[in-house]
Design a protein. Structure first.
Length: 138
């Protein structure tokens, strides 16, 4: 199924669409958003396996800065390491004009914000920004 990094990126977006259409508990929506972040985080693995450019993880971070934040979120949740991204420092709210992620967010619906590097970031907006940039890069 996931034999191509762009297919994996599209799958992360499809999970976000599921969260947008689903009127359910914030716990389930958070799980969907974090699952989407984890899929987006693993785009690098397929990218590297395919020998795509950029080839080093450092170059990939530079080309896709949102990916590095998603990596920190995914690893913080998977390994319960609040030093990376504090999974206990989450909030569930609508995006506000002052948020760094305002332009990449769905407005009018609550979404998960998690603290990364001392700032609250929207998980879904980071996934959206990274995957769209990745998918449209030749």
């Amino acid at each position: 199924m996931f034999n191509d990094p762009k297919v994996l990126a599209h799958s992360a977006l499809e999970l976000l669409e599921l969260a947008k259409r689903n009127d359910t508990t914030s716990t389930l929506l958070a799980a969907i958003e974090l699952g989407s972040a984890t899929l987006a985080n693993h785009v690098w693995d397929w990218h590297e396996k395919r020998g795509n450019h950029p080839r080093s993880k450092e170059q990939f971070k530079e080309a896709y800065p949102e990916w590095d934040l998603l990596r920190q979120i995914s690893n913080g949740v998977k390994h319960a390491k609040p030093i990376i991204a504090d999974p206990s420092g989450t909030s569930w709210r609508e995006v506000e004009w002052e948020d760094d992620d305002y332009w990449n967010s769905d407005r009018g619906r609550p979404m998960m914000f998690i603290e990364v590097e001392g700032k609250k970031r929207s998980v879904s907006a980071l996934v959206w920004a990274f995957t769209h940039r990745y998918i449209t890069t030749p």
